[in-house]
Design a binder for this molecule. Structure first.
Ligand code: ADP
Ligand code: MN
Length: 516
């Protein structure tokens, strides 16, 4: 059945109210309708975006969908699946309403009551009508920000046994306050499976997971969606569409939950699936970094990218959405450079717009701890220090990069070594502020390891020289900083005069390489 014909056939059914009275599931209340429409619309929006994206290949379909009965709200009924889902959702609602009546009848005034909650068809999130309607286009509402900061896990959600148990309890106890979960970090509704993960052996859990997964695949797509609705509310429809595509294509097996919600990104954990192409291997576990498409947080990062000559020509021509994609692109390029130099870092799997999929540093959904959160033996601490010193040198010389946000927050401890992450803001050393960024990195690293008891740790100025190979002799911070800025200015003048950058800063001979 073609959707266009459905829309065209509608006039036979008479005017709007008549159609409503003939509705096979009775006349639903206005609120339930509006909720239903909102649900469908977000799906529709995703659909529209997809259509738009696919080169407006079928513009007539979209146009035809704007029939006489889709007034005010621009609902595109261009797919039979969508119609079927709309119908199914209404039936489910009706079923649940009936269930609620039964429940009430059985319980009566009894002090002990039984709940049919678990037999409901519609996810409680969907049935809460008013609060869950988030206007995705409204950038004043930042869907990534948790309203209650305490509910945002600082790291791994496995470690958040409390959090998971809370969700679990909430499910068992009838999910009364589901609406409140909107304020949680954007976590995918994982039901009981994740809760079990804490109690069962990996083997049993994996078997369960596998089973649950294939079950889920078999069940209606609509239901699958309901399972994930909490997380969906945390990313905008475009992002949701991208994530769906990744799962639907089989590239990702399943997206399990959120690892981190930062100011500029949200990171999810996913189990890798199968690549469409033979040559590419998807890591068993992946991290999905979604760069925020709300713009305010990125304003203060302009200086990183605007002055990065690699992006200079493009910057002025781009709209803000594209600039955000550029952050993801930058992270991808930088990670690739690092990978090629053999620096331990996430391996890029795929970049789609502002969504970067990379290998997961950690195991069994538990991300590796940040250096700031892990207590290392003094031996490991020393080892970590020398490793970082080496990595900073490699980064500078082999990758021609300065991390520019290097600190114990962006270094993970995994497999007995340090892994560098979060390189979207990394710049080349000849960036107008590149050396200042490097100096700041050095300060963070020096302070962390000096406080951490590594007596061999160079001070920030020594570290700067050791990494850059420059030989700045100033023996105090202020003068040192001034020399750095003078070098940067020299480079800029060179750019002005010669139209291109120095390939590198000149140094007095080979810089010392620090080895263990
Ligand atoms: P932000 O800009 O928000 O700081 P990051 O890239 O630092 O973005 O990611 C935020 C957090 O997500 C990290 O501190 C880390 O805990 C986790 N994370 C990011 N990427 C990975 C990864 N590839 N593997 C494991 N955890 C990761
Ligand atoms: Mn970070």
């Amino acid at each position: 059945m073609d959707s266009v014909r459905v829309a065209a056939a509608a006039p036979d059914a008479g005017p709007g109210p008549a159609w409503q009275s003939k509705c096979p599931w009775g006349a639903p209340s206005t609120t339930s309708i509006s909720c239903s429409l909102a649900d469908v619309m977000s799906e529709q929006l995703a659909k529209e975006l997809q259509l738009e994206e696919e080169n407006a290949a079928f513009p007539e379909v979209v146009a035809a969908a704007e029939g006489p009965f889709i007034t005010g709200e621009n609902i595109d009924t261009s797919s039979d699946l969508m119609l079927a889902q709309m119908l199914q959702m209404e039936f489910d609602r009706e079923y649940d309403a009936q269930l609620r009546r039964e429940e009430k009848k059985i319980n009566g005034d009894s002090k002990v009551s039984i709940s049919f909650e678990n037999y409901r068809k519609v996810h409680p999130y969907d049935s809460d009508s008013s609060e869950d309607e988030v206007d995705w286009q409204d950038t004043r509402h930042d869907p990534y920000r948790a309203d209650k900061p305490t509910t945002t896990p600082r790291r791994g959600f496995i470690g958040k046994g409390k959090d998971i148990t809370t969700k679990h309890d909430e499910v068992v106890c009838g999910r009364k306050n589901t609406a409140r979960m909107e304020n949680f970090a954007p976590e995918f509704q994982v039901g009981d499976g994740i809760g079990m993960d804490l109690k069962l052996s990996n083997q049993v859990f994996n078997a369960l997971k596998q089973h649950a997964y294939s079950e889920e695949r078999r069940s209606a797509r609509l239901h699958e969606k309901k399972e994930h609705s909490t997380a969906e509310k945390a990313v905008d429809p475009k992002t949701r569409l991208l994530l769906y595509k990744m799962v639907n294509s089989g590239m990702l097996e399943t997206i399990t939950g959120c690892i981190s919600t930062g100011k500029e990104s949200v990171v999810f954990h996913a189990y890798g699936g199968k690549s469409a192409t033979e040559d590419k291997v998807i890591p068993p576990e992946c991290a999905i970094k979604v760069f925020k498409t709300t713009l305010n947080e990125f304003k203060n990062r302009d200086k990183y990218i605007k002055d990065d000559y690699r992006f200079k020509d493009r910057f002025s021509k781009l709209n803000p959405r594209k600039i955000i994609r550029m952050w993801a692109e930058k992270e991808m390029h930088n990670l690739t450079r690092m990978q090629n130099a053999g620096i331990p870092c996430p391996q890029v799997v795929i970049l789609k717009k502002h969504v970067l999929v990379m290998s997961f540093i950690g195991q069994d959904q538990v991300p590796a701890p940040k250096l700031k959160d892990v207590t290392l033996s003094s031996e490991d601490m020393k080892k970590a220090y020398y490793q970082i010193l080496n990595m900073m040198q490699q980064l500078y010389r082999e990758c021609n990069l300065v991390h520019a946000d290097l600190s114990e927050y962006n270094m993970l401890w995994h497999d007995g070594k340090v892994w560098l992450i979060d390189v979207s803001q990394s710049v080349e050393p000849t960036h107008p502020h590149g050396l200042e960024f490097l100096f700041r990195d050095c300060r963070n690293v020096s302070q962390f390891f000096q406080k951490g008891g590594v007596t061999e740790a160079l001070n920030e100025r020594e570290l700067f020289n050791a990494v850059s190979g420059l030989n700045i002799t100033a023996d105090n911070e202020v003068d040192f900083q001034a020399e750095i800025e003078a070098l940067e200015k020299m480079n800029e003048d060179h750019v002005q005069n010669h139209g291109k950058k120095l390939s590198t800063f000149s140094s007095d001979g080979d810089p010392p390489i620090y080895d263990e």
